[in-house]
Design a protein around this ligand. Sequence first.
Ligand code: ZN
Length: 434
Amino acid sequence: MKNSERDFDRDLSTPSSGSGCGPGWDALLQMLRDMRDGSDDGDDAIYVALVPNQANSAYLGCGGGGPYAAALSGLGTTFAQEVGHALGRMHAPSGGAVNTDPTYPDYLGSPDGGIGEFGFNTSTSDVHDPATTYDFMGGDRPRWVSPYTFINLKEAMVEQFRAINISLVAAPLPHETLHLRFRIHRGGQVELRPSFHLRTTRRLDRRRMSGVACELLDEAGNVLAFHRCHVLSLDQDPDGPFVDYSESMPWLDGATSIRFIARHQILHTHNIESGPPVLDANRSELSYGREPIELAWNAHRHDEQETTSGLTYMLRHSVDNGKTWRVVAAGLTKPSYTLNPRDLRGGENCCLQISASSGIRTTSIQGHSFTAPQSPRKAYILSPDQESTFRSGSPVLLRGGAVCADFGLAEMGDTVWTSSRDGRLGRGFQLVTQ
Ligand SMILES: [Zn+2]
């Protein structure tokens, strides 16, 4: 569990052109993918983004194509649906949802995509009528959960959080991993998108296979590695104007080109840069303390002394002297970053690493190791708002918790609510008081 703020400056209001959730939301999910791909988390990690709900947006959320979910904050059933997608669940058939689940049950006495039986909210005591309530994986409202979605989500969680998946972290790979991103337009043109290679841990890829493959070639044209690509997400229409791919495959230093193949035909051969970018940073300045710090570095392409355009950067953090890493920021296009120590764990063996990619080829610099303080949990009240007023005796839903990078989220039983007037109110992440 990690909780931190990230700057994200893309426009979320542009609707989809037929593939995905529009360029803004797609870029946000791509940032989550880069962050997870560059981090040595277990296979059980799910990356989620909560967007401030004042954001001007074409959609309420987007999720799936692996363990990724994003939504405007405060929308419980929307967020639940995106996390459902992140766990591989398709849409329930209501509200004109696309990519619906063909095995969704036809509950007697419920509309299409209904919940099939009465639901009860244990914190608000609200009752949900199966004749007028829809499953949260569909589009119609009001929404609650059906037994079908409940059981399937439980099974997906058991699978995702199995001990064997978490233990994969312990198995380091002999080579770096290439995290390859590309787009295939309807006419077959291949557009390479910012990619990178790093030493990262191996993970299972549970996505469905696509009809596309790619391979790394050496100077003489020999195939060094062949890789079958996956369907990125159920939001992408294969007949749309383009389809995006995001793949992780072995990286081999002798590779000079990448070949893209669909249905036994070579679509495109991309020449890899002849050398990695040149990256320069002061290793002793790559550290932090109690205050936010402005990090800066210099980089240019291998073959051009000055040009910095086309470079993307990733900042990673380690608390074990570089044995395992976690991404702080990914997809940066400027050679600087303001680091907030609140977002990072402390310890005696911290270090930071900057990576620069010129498309495929990647250079990394690791800073000197340093000691950073651990920070205590901070409490957050999510509802009610500070300005809310309530009639005396009416129910008030309290929601909140305490979290920090070093110690994660406080347990439900350790989260205590007290009032200056009534004293102790109770424990938990949510609770109804009067
Ligand atoms: Zn959806």
